[in-house]
Design a protein around this ligand. Structure first.
Ligand SMILES: NC(=O)c1ccc[n+]([C@@H]2O[C@H](COP(=O)([O-])OP(=O)(O)OC[C@H]3O[C@@H](n4cnc5c(N)ncnc54)[C@H](O)[C@@H]3O)[C@@H](O)[C@H]2O)c1
Length: 378
C-alpha cells in the first residue's frame, strides 16, 4: 500500500485552490471523502475532482474505518473541535492554520494528540516551499540565521471583509511567526508590536538563539506588488527570497548566486508563466502580477479600453494563475510528506501542534503588545 486514505472537511477557498487539486495529485494520497455543509459546493467539487464519497455530516466521514487521515479546512472557529474529534476517532489530522483563535484552544488539540498517539500537522506549508528549504540549508551551513526581515503585504482590506480589523495577525502573520522559529531553529524570547492603523504593523522579535527578526505586515497594498519577501543574514552571508520564486545568495562560495523555483502554479491554469519564471525569475513574476492587476483595476479605474472580452477571458481564465497561488508555497509537498508519514509511522517534519501553539502564543503576545505598547516576554 503506497497511498494513505484521506478525507477532507471544508471545501471552501483554500480547499478549492490548493487542497483538492493537491490531494488528488499527491502521489501518496488517496482522497476518499469530501465533506462540506453546503450541498451545492459539495456536488460541484465531488464531480470536478472525482471524489468517491461526499458527506454533509463530518461524523459520517470520521466513522469511516478506511480513512486514515483528515484534512480540516473549515474556519478557525471549528478548527480546534474538528481535529480533536478526528483524533478521538483514531485519525491523523492535517489542520489548516491558525489551528485555533487562542492558545488555550490549540492546547486542547495538543492534549488530544498526546492521548491518541496520532499525528497532527498544522498548515504552515511555507516550511516546505522549495525556495525556503534551500535557503534554510544554506543558512544552517553558515552558522544559522542571525537577522531576519520579512515583508508580507496584500489586499487584506478587501479579502478581510468578513474579519474584524486587527485580526490579520492571527490569520496571516501566524505563518511568519512560525517561519521566524523555523528559520532560526529557536523559540522567541520577547516580542514587540506597533501599528500605524489596524492590519498595518511592525513586529520585532528576539529569539532565544540570539537571532533578531522584524516583520512588516500590511493589508493595504495592491496585488501588483509580490506578496512576500524575506532577507536573512547568517554568520557571514545572506539570502533573499522574492515571493518564493527567486532565491539570491550572498557570501556563500559554494552556492549559486540565484536559484529559481517556477515549478508550481494554480493547478487549474495554463502553465505558460512557468517558462517566464524559469527564465526571468522575480522580474517575470512582477510583470505577470502587474499585467493581471492592471487588467482588473487600473484600466477600469481610468476608463481605458480593456482587452476584448475573449482575450481577457483567455488570459484571466486560462493563462494567469490566481494571484495568491501562482508560486510554490509548499502546499503539495506538505500534504504529500504528511501522507508518507501516515503510511510509514515516521514523525512528520510538518509544523505540529506544539508549533501551532507557539504561533498562537506569538499572535496573542503581538495583540497584547500592540494594545499596551509594552514588550511581551515569553
Ligand atoms: N495555508 C494557507 O496558505 C491558507 C490560505 C488560505 C486559507 N487558509 C486557512 O484555511 C481555512 C479555511 O479558509 P477558507 O478561505 O477556505 O474558508 P472558507 O470559508 O472559504 O471555507 C470553509 C468551508 O468550510 C465549510 N465548513 C464550515 N464548517 C463546517 C463543518 N462543520 N462541516 C463541514 N464543512 C464545514 C464551509 O461551508 C466552507 O465551505 C482558514 O482557517 C484559513 O485561515 C490557509
Amino acid at each position: 500500500m503506497n497511498q494513505a486514505t484521506f478525507g477532507i472537511i471544508g471545501a471552501g477557498g483554500i480547499a478549492q485552490s490548493q487542497h483538492l487539486p493537491n490531494l488528488t495529485r499527491a502521489p501518496h494520497v488517496k482522497l476518499r471523502t469530501l465533506c462540506d455543509l453546503r450541498e451545492d459546493v459539495l456536488q460541484q467539487m465531488q464531480a470536478k475532482y472525482a471524489v468517491p464519497q461526499a458527506e454533509t455530516d463530518y461524523c459520517a466521514l470520521l466513522a469511516d474505518p478506511e480513512i486514515a487521515a483528515v484534512v480540516v479546512a473549515t474556519r478557525e472557529d471549528m478548527q480546534a473541535p474538528l481535529p480533536i474529534e478526528a483524533l478521538n476517532a483514531g485519525k491523523h489530522g492535517y489542520v489548516e492554520k491558525p489551528l485555533a483563535n487562542t492558545p488555550q484552544e490549540v492546547e486542547a488539540v495538543g492534549a488530544a494528540q498526546q492521548a491518541s498517539g496520532k499525528f497532527v500537522a498544522v498548515g504552515f506549508n511555507r516550511r516546505m516551499a522549495p525556495a525556503y528549504t534551500k535557503a534554510k540549508e544554506l543558512l544552517c551551513a553558515d552558522g544559522g540565521a542571525k537577522n531576519l526581515h520579512y515583508r508580507i503585504s496584500d489586499e487584506y482590506w478587501s479579502w478581510g471583509k468578513n474579519y474584524p480589523p486587527g485580526v490579520r495577525v492571527i490569520h496571516e502573520v501566524c505563518h511568519i511567526f512560525d517561519l521566524c522559529r523555523w528559520f532560526s531553529d529557536s523559540d522567541p524570547e520577547h516580542l514587540y508590536c506597533l501599528e500605524s492603523r489596524p492590519d498595518d504593523e511592525v513586529f520585532v522579535l528576539k529569539m532565544k538563539s540570539g537571532c533578531v527578526c522584524s516583520i512588516m505586515s500590511s493589508g493595504y497594498v495592491t496585488m501588483d506588488l509580490p506578496k512576500e519577501r524575506v532577507e536573512i543574514v547568517s554568520n557571514l552571508g545572506a539570502v533573499t527570497v522574492e515571493e518564493f520564486v527567486e532565491l539570491r545568495t550572498y557570501g556563500y562560495a559554494d552556492a549559486e548566486p540565484v536559484y529559481r523555483y517556477a515549478d508550481h502554479s494554480h493547478p487549474d491554469r495554463e502553465f505558460t508563466h512557468k517558462y517566464l519564471l524559469e527564465k526571468e525569475g522575480a522580474n517575470a513574476l512582477s510583470a505577470l502580477r502587474r499585467l493581471g492587476w492592471e487588467q482588473r483595476n487600473r484600466a477600469q479605474a481610468n476608463g481605458d479600453p480593456l482587452p476584448d472580452a475573449a482575450e481577457r477571458k483567455d488570459y484571466v481564465g486560462n493563462r494567469s494563475p490566481h494571484w495568491n497561488y501562482m508560486v510554490d508555497k509548499g502546499w503539495l509537498a506538505a500534504v504529500d510528506h504528511f501522507a508518507q508519514c501516515v503510511l510509514s509511522g515516521e514523525p512528520p517534519r510538518n509544523a505540529g501542534a506544539a508549533d501551532g501553539l507557539w504561533s498562537a502564543r506569538m499572535s496573542a503576545a503581538a495583540i497584547e503588545s500592540r494594545k499596551t505598547g509594552a514588550v511581551v516576554q515569553f
